[in-house]
Structures are given as structure tokens and as C-alpha cells.
Design a protein around this ligand. Structure first.
Ligand SMILES: Cc1cc2nc3c(=O)[nH]c(=O)nc-3n(C[C@H](O)[C@H](O)[C@H](O)COP(=O)(O)OP(=O)(O)OC[C@H]3O[C@@H](n4cnc5c(N)ncnc54)[C@H](O)[C@@H]3O)c2cc1C
Length: 568
């Protein structure tokens, strides 16, 4: 047995009791009133791969199994007997189930709890929610580690961008899947079996056996059950107390607090919940995690928490435009991509973050958070003490980062694409005078390499074409950030870089002049519209700060809603 296989075995043994707990009499008595009893016969189907919004099945008598069907063969995933329950995280999220389930004993007696009642029970009955939610999360962890389980499969050519984009989209949305290279033995077998050629690539093969050739992200999201119609049939408007645009740490934190406080909460996210934090492999400075936490794990758990409290999500759903009605109860009208209904909300939170411009260097993606950083604080300074570090950029943030890092690093290489610095005069003088800062003009980073962490980069002088290798544990990318605010109307005031102004900065805005109250600290120039996280002018570009602002914004929303209610 290989070392990896031994570690897997140990992991499965250690987590067995969390993933597959037996419900006790007390828990059964709490759940029974929500459920309907069903007596089923051998081979009766409980659910099929691809179905959505499924409830939980608790076995009272007999046995049921879950299995995956792959290319005509069935693979057992789990068996459930008396007091066990059959369920998966997709039941919390309302996404498509990845396996199927049927009765394997002569007869089985099942308690079936419908999805909506299950979600309510998980929010309101702590005596059952901990056992069930912990089990569902652990089952998903085990499934993601399982080398045999396939889930969704993306068949794509090795160097094809579209295939890798589908892979990234499913990964960031935490949908278990495999990327199968067309050129591999397995890829060739799959393409022969389903008569697929390179012209069809990429292809999404679903657990239910459907094959989607060259699917768009929206089609993939629909198959995975991520893209839910927020509107009921024939509904032209979706009403909410709070609509949150953007599900990074700020939006997710707001969703958790708002939904837990009973606000009808809708979240629209244009790519994948988690935002920038979702792409950080290890956040080492988030309080409460002494050895760091994966940004993907942290934000996924926050998302499940928000689901548990009843927040409704739609992904991918990009907010396209916003209309404001100062007098109505539902002040905000939001138009989103692909949704024919209008979202109308009493309050809105803009938590769309910022897009950090990424360095166009080979291998860069692999070292995000493991050598490629977007901020230079004491924390990052510690990581590269005594080493040669690289700062890319020519503006003030690059200058400040270089000055700061030069205090602890042996040497700072400031890599500038053009032939001069674009920072304030005083800063540029300091940078040039600092002995251990070397400025490399007309230079670009071409390649990054290393093991788990960054070790080396390749630089090119674009004037002479000369290339050189530099050993370094850290590249600080300071080439600018663009706030995601282009969809907003001009009445929402922004600073000169496009970040949204809030609080005292907007107290003089026309909409506040006639208002009895002052804007809350996170309220924008339009009453009842809030901004939190990286998108806000003056915000600290940190995960914990975004989470704090998300929670704080909800307190402001409550005050604004109370003031609006008193007015009517
Ligand atoms: C690689 C990396 C590593 C990092 N590491 C750390 C770290 O170790 N510690 C730390 O404290 N911070 C770290 N940060 C910074 C931290 O992740 C951010 O400060 C934080 O994510 C900001 O949260 P946010 O919710 O404000 O915005 P974001 O995380 O940017 O989320 C915004 C969300 O809004 C969505 N969106 C944008 N426009 C629209 C629209 N029109 N409609 C719908 N949705 C939209 C986006 O898709 C995105 O999901 C890191 C950042 C990166 C990129």
C-alpha cells in the first residue's frame, strides 16, 4: 500500500463515526413530526442522480444503499441501516444529487423529511442539526478525497482553456468532479464509448449520464443545480428584505447574519461563492485557526451556514443594473444576468469586491497565496525575512510595499514594466535612495516555479530580451485593483479609483440632505443601500475585515428597515 493510500485509510477510519452517526431516540422523536413514513420494497428507488431539492431519508427498518453509476457499472457509495440517514450536502444547498439510492432489503421503513422542512429543522433544532450537518460536511470531505468517485466529469483536451475553465468553475463551486484529459487512456475510452471527437470538447458528462458538448458556464451551473430560478413559475418579481450582490467573505458573512436574524435574504454571485478568499489556499491570519485555514473551506462552510438559515443563492448570476425608488417600500430594483424576473429589495448590500490585476507569468496561478501576494503587511514581511523578494508595479502601493519589505528582506527587486516610476515624488525618491532596493525598469516576470511554494522566477528585460533567474519566496503583485462597480448608477458616489464611499463621506449627498437620519457607517449615498468589504472606499483589504463589515452592514440594514417602517 502506498503512503497516500495508508493516509486515506486512516482518514476514513478516523471520520467514520462523524460521517455515519446513528440517530438516538430523542433525535428521532424531534424529527418524526416533520416527516412522512414510507414502507418500500426491495429495489424501490429513493432518489436518482441529477434530482434536486431532495429531503433526508432516515431508516427505521431494513436497508438502503447509495451508489454511483459510471459508464454502465454501479459503484456502491454507502449503506444505511436502522437509525442511519441517507443524505448529502446537496440537500442543504438544493443542488443536484450526485448518486442514486434504492432499497436493498426485502422491505424498508423510511422517515422522509422534505427539503424545506429539513432546512428549517437544521436552523431551529440544535439537538439534531449538529449531528446531521457535521455528518453531511464530513461525507462530502470523504467523497472529495475518494479516488474512485467521479461525480461530474469534464472531458477536455490537455491544453484547452475552455475545459480548464469548466474545471475551475466546478472546483470553486465545490461540485465533486474529475477533469479527464482527452489524450489519456481513460479519455480515449470515454470518447470512444460516447462517440466524441475533439470537435465536441470540452464535454460535461453528468452522473445521470447526460453529455453536454461545449457547454456554457450557465449550462454547467444548471446541470449542477447551482443556477436556481429565484422566481417561482410565472413570477415577475422576487421580493426580499435584503439582496446581497457578491458572495465573497463580506457577502457571505452578511448572508449568515441576515438570514439568522430572520431577514428574507437573496444572494446573487457572478462566478462562485468565496470570492478572492476562495482562491487562497491558506489564510494564515484569520483568527481562530492557529495553523491557517483554506480560503475555499472557510467560505464553503460559511455558505452552508447561510443555507441552513434560509438564505437563497443563485450562481452564476451577475448583477447588471440597479434602479432606485426613494419612496417605495422596496427601494431597490436589480436586474441580473439570465433572470427574467426583477429582484426587488427593501435594502441592498454591495459586496462585489475588487479584481486584482494578475501578473501574466507562466505558473503564477499555482503559487497564489504560496508566494504570490497582493498585500505587504507585517504578516507577509515575516514570511520573507532575510530573503530576496520581488515587488511588481510602479505606483504608490508598489513603492510603499518596497519600502516596508526592505526593512526585513535582504533585498527587494522592484520590477517595473515601463521606463519610469509612477508613484508620488517623495516616495519615488525614498525608493531610489534605499540601498537594498534595486529597480529593474522595462522588466517583466515571465515564469514562476517551485514545489508547493514559490522558489524561483524568471525575469525578462523587454528592451534587450535578456533573461535572468532569481531565487525568491515571494512576489508582491501591486499592479492595481479595479473595484467591481461598473454596473452601478452614478448616484452611488465613488472615490477617484471607483471604490464606493460610505458613512460620513456621503453625508452631504443629495439623497441624505432631505433625510431625517444620518447615513450608517457602511451606508452609501443612497439610503438603504450599503457597501462592505474590498469594494468600499477606505476598506482594509483583508478577509477578517470583509467578514466584520458584512456583519456590521446587517446591523445597519436593520436600522434602515426600522426607520423606513416608521416612516410609512
Ligand atoms: C490569492 C489571494 C490570497 C489572499 N490571502 C489573504 C490572506 O491570507 N489573508 C487575508 O486576510 N486576506 C487575503 N486576501 C484578501 C481577501 O481575500 C479579500 O480582502 C476578501 O476576499 C475581500 O472580500 P469581499 O467579500 O469584499 O470581496 P471578494 O472576495 O472580492 O468577493 C466579491 C464577490 O463578488 C462577486 N461579484 C463581483 N461583481 C459581481 C456582480 N456584478 N454581480 C454578482 N457578483 C459579483 C465576485 O465574483 C466575488 O465572488 C487574499 C486575496 C487573494 C486574491
Amino acid at each position: 500500500m502506498t503512503q497516500d493510500e495508508q493516509e486515506d485509510e486512516q482518514f476514513y477510519r478516523d471520520t467514520e463515526s462523524i460521517a455515519f452517526p446513528k440517530l438516538n431516540d430523542h433525535q428521532l422523536s424531534l424529527l418524526e413530526p416533520l416527516a412522512e413514513r414510507r414502507v418500500m420494497k426491495r429495489s424501490d428507488v429513493l432518489f436518482k442522480a441529477g434530482q434536486r431539492d431532495l429531503g433526508l431519508a432516515i431508516v427505521l427498518r431494513g436497508e438502503i444503499e447509495a451508489f454511483e453509476t459510471r459508464d454502465g457499472t454501479e459503484y456502491n457509495l454507502a449503506n444505511a441501516r436502522e437509525r442511519d440517514f441517507m443524505g448529502d450536502v446537496s440537500m442543504l444547498q438544493g443542488t443536484s444529487i450526485l448518486g442514486s439510492s434504492r432499497v436493498t432489503s426485502e422491505e424498508a421503513e423510511i422517515l422522509h423529511i422534505p427539503a424545506a422542512k429539513l432546512r428549517r429543522a437544521l436552523a431551529e433544532i440544535p439537538a439534531v442539526s449538529k449531528t446531521i450537518v457535521d455528518a453531511l460536511i464530513m461525507r462530502r470531505r470523504r467523497l472529495r478525497r475518494d479516488r474512485e468517485f467521479a461525480g461530474m466529469r469534464v472531458l477536455a483536451s490537455r491544453d484547452e482553456r475552455d475545459g480548464h475553465q469548466l474545471d475551475d468553475f466546478l472546483e470553486k463551486n465545490r461540485i465533486p468532479h474529475r477533469l479527464v484529459e482527452f489524450e489519456s487512456e481513460q479519455g480515449q475510452a470515454l470518447s470512444e464509448r460516447f462517440h466524441l471527437t475533439t470537435r465536441d470538447l470540452p464535454v460535461l458528462i453528468t452522473p445521470a449520464g447526460a453529455r453536454l458538448r461545449k457547454p456554457s458556464l450557465r449550462e454547467v451551473a444548471r446541470e449542477a443545480g447551482l443556477l436556481r430560478s429565484l422566481a417561482e413559475e410565472n413570477e415577475t418579481e422576487i421580493l426580499s428584505d435584503l439582496t446581497i450582490v457578491g458572495a465573497g467573505p463580506a457577502g457571505l458573512a452578511a448572508a449568515v447574519y441576515a438570514a439568522s436574524e430572520g431577514l428574507k435574504t437573496v444572494v446573487v454571485e457572478s462566478y462562485a461563492p468565496g470570492g478572492q478568499a476562495g482562491s487562497s489556499s491558506l489564510i494564515e491570519n484569520f483568527f481562530g485557526f492557529p495553523t491557517g485555514v483554506s480560503g475555499g473551506d472557510l467560505t464553503w462552510l460559511a455558505q452552508l451556514q447561510a443555507y441552513r438559515f434560509g438564505a437563497r443563492f443563485s450562481t452564476p448570476a451577475q448583477a447588471l443594473s440597479l434602479n432606485y425608488n426613494a419612496d417605495g417600500e422596496y427601494r431597490v430594483c436589480l436586474e441580473t444576468e439570465g433572470c427574467s424576473a426583477i429582484l426587488r429589495a427593501k435594502a441592498l448590500l454591495i459586496a462585489t469586491g475588487a479584481d486584482y490585476r494578475r501578473l501574466d507569468a507562466e505558473g503564477r496561478e499555482q503559487f497564489e497565496g504560496m508566494g504570490v501576494y497582493y498585500a505587504a503587511t507585517a504578516f507577509e514581511g515575516q514570511l520573507c525575512r532575510g530573503a530576496t523578494v520581488v515587488v511588481a508595479g510602479s505606483g504608490n502601493s508598489a513603492g510603499q510595499a518596497s519600502m516596508f519589505l526592505s526593512e526585513g528582506a535582504a533585498k527587494v527587486l522592484l520590477v517595473v514594466r515601463s521606463k519610469n516610476l509612477k508613484m508620488s515624488e517623495y516616495l519615488s525618491r525614498r525608493v531610489q535612495a534605499r540601498e537594498n532596493i534595486e529597480i529593474l525598469y522595462r522588466t517583466e516576470i515571465r515564469k514562476m516555479s517551485g514545489g508547493k511554494k514559490l522558489e524561483q522566477i524568471e525575469l525578462e528585460n523587454t528592451e534587450t530580451g535578456e533573461r535572468r533567474l532569481v531565487q525568491t519566496p515571494a512576489v508582491f503583485s501591486m499592479i492595481g485593483a479595479r473595484p467591481c462597480t461598473e454596473w452601478l448608477p452614478p448616484e452611488i458616489e465613488r472615490d477617484d479609483k471607483g471604490f464606493i464611499k460610505t458613512g460620513l463621506l456621503v453625508a452631504g449627498a443629495p439623497a441624505w440632505k432631505e433625510n431625517k437620519r444620518q447615513p450608517g457607517p457602511l451606508e452609501t449615498s443612497l439610503p438603504n443601500i450599503f457597501a462592505a468589504g474590498d469594494v468600499r472606499s477606505g476598506s482594509v483589504k483583508r478577509c477578517a475585515a470583509a467578514v466584520g463589515e458584512g456583519g456590521m452592514a446587517v446591523a445597519g440594514v436593520q436600522e434602515a428597515l426600522a426607520a423606513s417602517a416608521n416612516r410609512t
